[in-house]
Every structure is written in C-alpha cells, then in structure tokens.
Design a protein around this ligand. Structure first.
Ligand code: ZN
Ligand code: ZN
Length: 552
C-alpha cells in the first residue's frame, strides 16, 4: 500500500460567524474549497460594503487549490467568488441556479472563469478527491450536500439544509443516499449549525401557504411582499396565492427582476400567463388586484422597499390600506434599519407584517431533531460543526455527543484552525492565516472602484469623516456637513478639496427626497457614493469615507 498523506480540514471562514463560508479540504498538497461566501458588514465596520475570506494561505501556496465547489447560490456561500476567482482562477463547480448567479457576478466584475455545471446525483473527480452531490432542501433551489471521497475515507458536508418533508417542488432531501453513505462509512461529518438552538423540526415551506392566503383574503389594498430574491419557492408561493386571489404581480428591485428571469428560464419558477405586470403599468391596476414582489427585506439602503417606504419610488406609491409583508428573517445587525423602514411604511398608512406579527416566513436551516437525524444517518467517526457563531458550534458538538459521536471525536474548530487526519489518527495542526478582508466599493457598480482592504491597510487611501446633523422628522440639515480627513492629503492643500467635497455632500443631500433624508442609512449611502465618485474623478484617490449622521 502506498504511503498515505495527511488529510487536513481548514476552515477559512464561516466557523465563528454567520457568513463568509469557505472550507478547505486538503490531501497532501492538493486542496479543494467548498464555497466562498461573503459576510455582510456589521454596523461597527463603518465604510465597508462587504467582507470576504482571507485567502493568504492559498495565495502563499500557488497551485495547491485544484477546484472550488459551491453547495448553493446564497451570498454567504458564493458572494466572494469574484474576489477569490480573480486571484485563484480554478475550475469551479455549481448547480444550475448557483451557476447562473455566479455568471452574473462574473459579468458584473468583468471576469471570465468557466463554471462547470453539476446536478444532485452527479459524481466527478477533482485531484485526489471524488465528489458526489446529494440533494437536500434549503431556502433556495438547487442546494446540495457533498460527499467527498478521500484516500483516508469519506467526508460529508451537509451544506445548508433542512429536512423539509413536503417541499414545494415535491423533491425532499435524499435521505436514503445519506443513509447509504453512512452504511459505507463516513470518516467526518461537517454539518450546518445555524439553528442548533431551536428544538424540534423547522416547519415546511408549504406550511406558509394558508398564512399567505389568509393575509391576501383580508387585504383591501395592494400587498407588497419582500423576500430574498434568491428564494424562488417563496416567490412561487406569492405568485400562486396572488393568481388565485385574482391579483396581478409586479416585480420591484434589480435582484428580484434578474432572479425571476433566471428562475423561469431554468424551469424552477412557473408563472401563469397574464399574471405579471410591468412596474410602469401598476398605476392602472386597482390596488386590491395588485401584488408587488420587492427586494429590501433587510431594509438595505437604496433598495426598492426602502425607496417605497420613504415615498421615493417612481412607480409604487403606497396608500392607506396597503399591506407590506417582510417574508424573511431579520439578519442580526439590521434590526434598527428594518424598524426605521417599518415606521415609514406605517407613516404611508400601510399595515406591516413581519415574523413577530404573523408566521409568513420559515427558516431554511435544520432544527435540533433534523440535526440529530443527519448525525444518525451518516454515523460519522469524527464531527466538526460548521456555519455558525461559537455558541452554535459548541451547542452542536454537545448535540453530536448526545447523538452518539464520542465527545473526543467532536472538534470545535474556528477559522484558521486545522484538523489533521492520517493513518495514526486525528489531531489539531498548526493554525493558518484566516480572517476577514474588507471590500470597499460594491455599491458603486463601477468595477474600477472596488478596493480590497485588510485592517492593516485600511489607512492607505486615508480617511474622510463626514459629520452632519439632520432633523429626524423633516430631514432638514441642522448643522454640517463638517469634513475631517486623516492621511488623505497634506493639510495645507486639503482644505480646498474638502470645501469642494462639502459642496458635493450638499448636492447629494439635495438630490434625496425629504423623507429619505430622515433615514440615516439612506443618507450615508448617498453621501458615500457621491464622495467616492468625486474623489476618484478629481484626485484618483479612494479614501475610506465614513459618514456620521446625527439625528435631532
Ligand atoms: Zn444558504
Ligand atoms: Zn449559509
């Protein structure tokens, strides 16, 4: 028998936070990456658009990465792809829906990397690894778990999953395949920890139908539904319930329009003829005959729903009697922004329904009983929880022990930790560089403006602080804008530029609808966008721009 190499499990992201998912599986000096996701910036990360995984480990080892496999098309799994692909252009594999989303990203970033399409049930080889895709249910179509056969045994990665017994498309998770893998013998299970704190079973997507029907039956005016644009099954439900209620459906927000087109083209979305109506024609549809599907479920600045809420949307103008549904979970950190948008929606006279008011959203992640079932089906020798904050990972280790995996075989790894397995057994290896890299410039839509920064280099372009005070009811400027810079320009010349920049800020504010000026996130985004463009054009500089909005 040939000399065995060491198998290494190296999380570069996603273990210790929600988002940023990227897992390396390495055998000898060949590695594959599973997913490469973003994390949305926390409020404390001022001036940052996106957070992507640090791939220094791979950069310092050219030729090591042989392929990238995406488990599904959520941003926390594919969002960093353009940034990773630019540095490490390796063969990339994705299911059809994820492939379409990845190709959109490549277009946006003007990159050309071929993406191989696979489907659940397919098997293929990458370097020393034999990959098999296993269908699982999640809050996006075309999600898979992966079985990765290595010379030392089979690794199962659950992907993001739930065991929905009555999924909308009628195709439940391939439980029998998972059980068969368990019978063959699983060396290591990596499993989704997101909902490990929730007892029982996550409700089926189908359980929402009657709740949507009840809301639609009661609604006197328009119904607006905001959800993730990638959630095709949720979108399908809204379209079906609308059609049955005699409503036409309009679509607001670029991501929603794009994904609706992709979903229809790939056959994942069936829209009855005559149901869709152009946004430009919604004014001719009586309110009680109209549904609007919209982006903005996290109250993202500049999103369609935020614009509608602040009466700043050209086609959709809310009226008393309209109903707005947030059919999504609140991503931690967005509570304040969502509360702000909700206040504005009520100001328009709309009724707002979200997860605390009505059951119009179910999670896409497995709860405790389903996680235990995954462990019992695969019966792994070793277990590493993934996709969660530290508390989720710790709780999942405890659950695995209850489900029969010996505690000494459960490993709580964080980003950069290394688990080594060879003929002699398992042990922790030397940690590697891993962490967060900040991306500044996504919002501009201009590729030249994308700047990758890590914490050490954050000050390269200098920093410009913009402080302004606004009346929280009228949106009027109370004081400022005051601009302060550090490391940006020499002090004597900087004043001239900052005076001009101040004018740019005033122009940006004047361009916003009055009610938009009462939404701090909206103001900040607009100010950053305008200044970024201005400094790029006049100075070819990219300082970090930190708008601070004080409300009076
Ligand atoms: Zn997901
Ligand atoms: Zn995820």
């Amino acid at each position: 028998m040939s000399q065995e190499e060491t198998l290494r499990i190296i999380p570069l992201g996603g273990l210790g936070e929600i988002g940023l998912n990227m897992m390396l599986i390495e055998y000898g000096d060949s590695a594959i990456a599973l997913d490469c996701g973003v994390m949305f910036p926390e409020a404390a990360m001022l001036g940052i658009d996106l957070v992507v995984p640090d791939v220094t480990y791979l950069r310092e080892r050219p030729g090591r990465l042989c392929g990238l496999v995406c488990t599904h098309g959520h941003e926390d799994h594919i969002g960093a792809f353009p940034f990773v692909a630019r540095e490490l252009p390796v063969p990339t594999y994705a299911t059809p829906f994820a492939q379409a989303l990845l190709e959109n990203k490549l277009d946006e970033h003007e990159l050309d990397v071929p993406i191989e399409r696979f489907r659940a049930g397919d098997s293929w080889r990458i370097g020393p690894f034999e990959i098999e895709a296993v269908h699982i249910t999640h809050s996006i179509v075309d999600a898979v778990a992966l079985a990765i056969r290595t010379p030392l045994g089979t690794i199962v990665h659950s992907g993001d999953f739930k065991f929905d017994q009555t999924p909308l498309d009628g195709v439940p998770s391939d439980i029998s395949r998972l059980a068969a893998l368990g019978s063959e013998g699983v060396l290591l299970l990596l499993s989704d920890s997101t909902n490990v704190e929730r007892p029982g079973i996550t409700p089926s997507e189908r359980s929402l139908i009657k709740n949507f029907e009840a809301v639609f039956a009661r609604a006197r005016g328009r119904v607006l539904v905001s959800t993730f644009a990638s959630h095709l099954h949720r979108i399908q439900q809204v379209i079906d319930v609308s059609a049955r209620a005699g409503r036409r459906v309009a679509v607001a927000g670029r991501g929603m329009v794009t994904n609706l087109a992709i979903g229809q083209e790939l056959g994942y979305l069936r829209v009855p003829p005559g149901v869709l109506v152009e946004l430009g024609e919604v004014r001719q549809v009586p309110p009680e005959r109209l549904t609007v599907l919209t982006t903005g479920s996290q109250a993202e600045p500049l999103s369609a729903l935020t614009r509608i809420a602040t009466n700043d949307h050209r086609q959709v103008v809310l009226e008393p009697g309209d109903t707005v549904i947030f059919s999504s979970r609140i991503i931690p950190g967005n509570e304040r922004a969502i509360a702000d948008v909700t206040n504005h929606l009520y100001r328009r006279g709309a009724e707002v329904l979200h997860e605390h008011v009505a059951s119009l959203h179910v999670s896409g992640h497995a709860s405790q009983s389903e996680l235990a079932l995954m462990l019992q089906l695969t019966r792994p020798r070793y277990f590493v929880p993934v996709h969660g904050e530290y508390r989720h990972l710790a709780r999942h280790c405890a659950l695995a022990a209850e489900a029969g995996v010996p505690s000494a075989h459960c490993f709580l790894l964080e980003d950069g930790d290394v688990l080594e397995i060879d003929g002699a057994g398992v042990r922790r290896g030397e940690p590697v560089i891993a962490g967060r890299v900040f991306v500044d410039g996504k919002g501009v839509g201009d590729v030249g403006d994308i700047v990758l920064r890590d914490r050490r280099h954050l000050s390269d372009g200098g920093i410009v602080l913009v402080i302004l005070a606004l009346n929280q009811h009228s949106g009027d400027l109370v004081s400022g804008p005051d601009l302060i810079s550090r490391g940006f320009l020499a002090e004597e010349e900087s004043q001239v530029y900052l005076d001009r920049a101040r004018e740019v800020v005033l122009e940006a504010l004047a361009g916003l609808a009055p009610e938009s000026r009462t939404v701090p996130a909206e103001v900040k985004e607009e100010v950053r966008k305008a200044l970024r463009r201005h400094f790029k054009r006049t100075l070819d500089r990219r300082p970090v721009i930190l708008p601070v909005v004080v409300e009076f």
